[in-house]
Design a protein. Structure first.
Lengths: 139, 627
């Protein structure tokens, strides 16, 4: 299990990534965050998949969640055929890992889980993310 | 120049048998008109005459001639020069001062260390310069015969014999020999021949080249020169072009190119490999599911099997059950109310459980590929820092190829230039050859013209001289013949004949009978019908006439040449010669002949002592005496 440092992201700092359902940094148009994934993912990623990647990273890591309530969830997980193959798993896992969460799953994922995942991508090298994956899979 | 000279004295040193002889020809301080030289055979008469002749004409280098150097040496010298040979003759002009102030001293000497004679003339007490001395010698003694021995003022039997055989105004005649006109003519003829030879030689040198050949070759040289110049410019352009030269940086680039390309190739392979291993869009859901299921398993959370509304169509099931009418409509309504959202679909999660190992393996490969890729990128970056990039190496390689092409082109051009230069040089050589030939031709032409002009002038001069000579000689010959007749008339006492020149078949001196016009030929070698006395007299007259014509001023020497004429005629002859020539020497070994003129003193030579090798008048004062 890779130990990741917790980086507290202020609302202002995350503003750019949380005004939409997925962080702008991992959107198709490309930005520094997306570049962080070079060496791991193919460049042209679909936005919804990137959001789900952020969510997965957050769920599988032990990172303390950061919060961003500003935007709320506007992400339609069903707008992408590939996303349909993953988002039930994300919601299921979220339900199991956060059984006591009072907010709806969507709201919590949008406001906490995805921003935390984006933070992990921003603060972690692709190699380390790869190591994290291998570590999770090897447990 | 006076007309004639008298003999005053003579000094002889080391000439033949005369070691030291002084002869005085004067009487009471005055020169004698007639000198009778009497002496028996071997007394030295002929040596004295030869001493006169040697003083006049000098030493001969021709062995057969009587004045050949070995012949004039005293016998006891044994043919080797030992001392100075010298003869001094003192003359006084006819009617000259008796004090000797006008006397001319002609001196010839031969030093043993010299091969040439030395001439010296003194007039009174003044020494004349050498050139002038030579002229005096020629004027007094006349020119030396051009072809044979002989002298015109000594009349001996041999002179008379030759005169009889060759008297004519034609080539090789005894007459012409003494007239001494052949020398300039021979010189001119020789000169003319030399010019002809030169012209022939120059004409043979002529070559077949023309100025057209020169024009053509100059044009070729120019064309070839231009080609060569262009080649040189091209070579310089290529050599000087920096694009055709590799710099030190280029060399470094080329040195590292191979390693760089190897690393770059590895990087490209690594990129390709990485690209294959990178997680694609359609693979991502499976990876994420695998990760989530792993997480759930780690957290020991069970995953129930669920179905999504897409997997089970509850409405269709309700419709089918309703049509069967065996199920309670309430139940059917409940079935219809089942919502898919009420359960999370775990199908994908469960389905991805079997993919974990695959993903571990895939991710490890991806990680390794990333590391490898990164290492290659670092090396490539290092190269980049040194300016070695794919582009720069390609550029330098292109430059190298370009340089090689340029070098190849340069080598080819230089090779061609050698050929072109060789052609150019051989054309230049040909041009020089043609120029030289033309110059030579031109020079030859000009020389031929020059020599032709000279030749023409020589021919004209020769022709003129020949014509003048012919005229002069004819006149002189006629005059000589007239003088011969004069002498004959003066001397001959019979008056029956007169000298006559018979021209056919060849010129011949004869005697014409004045009364019957018959001819009597000279008796010589038992031929001819004239008497011995008549023949001798005719020849003596002819010799006297020739001597007169030759212009020599030397007194006549009659060397016992009229043995066959009668006593009265002899007397007459001596008197006539003495009258005509001013003075004379009559040489005889006959006492009767010597006594012909009782009033004339005789210079008597006596040499009876055979033990004496040579005459020295200091010690042999009895050798000669006047009687």
């Amino acid at each position: 299990m890779v130990q990741m440092g917790v980086i507290f992201l202020t609302r202002t700092k995350l503003h750019g990534f949380t005004t939409h359902s997925i962080p702008r940094s991992v959107a198709k148009n490309g930005n520094p965050l997306h570049k962080c994934l070079q060496g791991l993912l193919e460049r042209e990623q679909q936005g919804s998949l990137m959001g789900l990647l952020c969510a997965t990273l957050s769920l599988i890591s032990d990172r303390e969640l950061i919060e961003d309530f500003e935007e709320g969830s506007r992400f339609n997980y069903q707008d992408n055929k590939l996303a349909e193959e993953i988002y039930p798993s994300v919601f299921f896992t979220h339900e199991k890992l956060y059984p006591d969460e009072l907010d709806s799953a969507s709201k919590h994922i949008d406001a906490f889980i995805i921003p935390t995942g984006a933070e992990i991508i921003m603060s972690t090298r692709a190699d380390d993310i790869c190591d994290l994956f291998i570590s999770i899979l090897s447990d | 120049m006076v007309d004639r000279y008298h003999l005053v004295s003579m000094q002889i040193n080391n000439f033949k048998g005369l070691q030291k002889v002084e002869l005085d020809f004067t009487k009471n301080g005055k020169p004698r008109e007639i000198i009778t030289l009497f002496g028996h055979q071997g007394s030295g008469k002929s040596s004295i005459i030869l001493a006169f002749q040697w003083c006049a004409y000098g030493t001969s280098n021709v062995k057969k001639e009587i004045l050949y150097r070995d012949r004039i040496y005293p016998d006891y010298w044994e043919n080797k020069p030992n001392d100075v040979i010298g003869v001094l003759i003192r003359f006084r002009p006819l009617g000259g001062n008796s004090d000797g102030s006008e006397d001319i001293y002609c001196k010839r000497t031969l030093d043993p260390n010299n091969t040439l004679d030395n001439l010296e003339v003194t007039i009174g007490s003044d020494i004349v310069d050498p050139k002038k001395s030579k002229e005096y010698f020629t004027q007094i003694f006349g020119s030396r015969p051009s072809q044979n021995d002989g002298v015109m003022w000594v009349i001996r039997k041999e002179e008379m014999r030759r005169m009889a055989k060759t008297f004519a105004n034609k080539k090789d005649s005894y007459y012409l020999d003494f007239m001494n006109l052949n020398v300039p003519m021979a010189g001119l003829v020789e000169l003319n021949k030399a010019h002809k030879r030169k012209i022939d030689r120059l004409l043979r040198k002529d070559t077949s080249v023309t100025t057209d050949d020169l024009t053509a070759i100059i044009s070729k040289v120019k064309t070839q020169g231009k080609v060569l110049k262009k080649m040189n410019e091209k070579i310089k352009l290529i050599s000087d072009d920096p694009k055709n030269k590799l710099t030190t940086d280029d060399e470094n680039l080329l040195e590292n190119k191979e390693n760089f390309e190897s690393v770059n190739e590895k990087l490209n392979q690594s990129n390709e490999n990485l690209k294959k291993l990178l997680i694609k869009n359609d693979e991502l859901p499976e990876l994420l599911n695998t990760l989530l299921v792993s997480k759930l398993r780690t957290e020991k959370i069970s995953i129930p099997k669920s179905f999504s509304s897409r997997e089970i169509d509850w409405e269709e099931i309700a419709t089918i059950l309703e049509s069967m009418s065996i199920i309670d409509p309430f139940v059917i309504a409940e079935i219809r109310n089942i919502k898919i959202d009420s359960l999370y679909n775990t199908y994908s999660l469960l389905n991805s459980e079997g993919k974990i190992q695959e993903w571990i393996s895939r991710l490890e490969k991806l990680k390794s590929a990333n590391q490898e890729n990164r290492e290659h990128r670092v090396i490539i970056e290092d190269y980049k820092q040194l300016g070695i990039t794919e582009e720069s190496t390609k550029n330098v390689f292109r430059k190298k190829m370009h340089t090689l092409e340029a070098q190849e082109k340069l080598t080819s051009l230089k090779r061609d230039r050698i050929d072109t230069r060789d052609d150019f040089m051989s054309l230049r050589q040909e041009e020089n050859r043609i120029r030289s030939a033309l110059t030579s031709k031109s020079k030859s032409k000009s020389d031929v013209e020059k020599h032709s002009k000279i030749q023409a002038i020589i021919e004209a001069i020769t022709s003129s001289i020949e014509a003048a000579n012919q005229k002069y000689l004819k006149e002189m010959f006629d005059l000589t013949l007239e003088r011969t007749k004069f002498f004959w008339k003066e001397i001959d006492l019979i008056k029956k004949y007169e000298p006559y020149l018979e021209s056919e078949p060849s010129p011949e001196l004869c005697l014409l009978n004045k009364s019957n016009r018959t001819i009597r030929r000279i008796e010589i070698d038992s031929q001819g019908d004239a008497s011995g006395g008549e023949s001798q007299l005719l020849l003596v007259c002819t010799c006297l006439a020739v001597s007169e014509s030759s212009g020599a001023k030397m007194p006549i020497i009659l060397d016992d040449c009229f043995t066959d004429v009668d006593k009265d005629t002899r007397k007459k002859l001596i008197n006539v010669v003495s009258d005509q020539f001013g003075s004379m020497i009559f040489v005889t070994n006959d006492e009767d002949k010597a006594a012909l003129l009782p009033s004339v003193d005789k210079l008597v030579l006596t040499w009876k002592d055979t033990n004496i090798e040579s005459i020295n008048t200091d010690s042999n004062d009895s050798w000669c005496r006047w009687e």
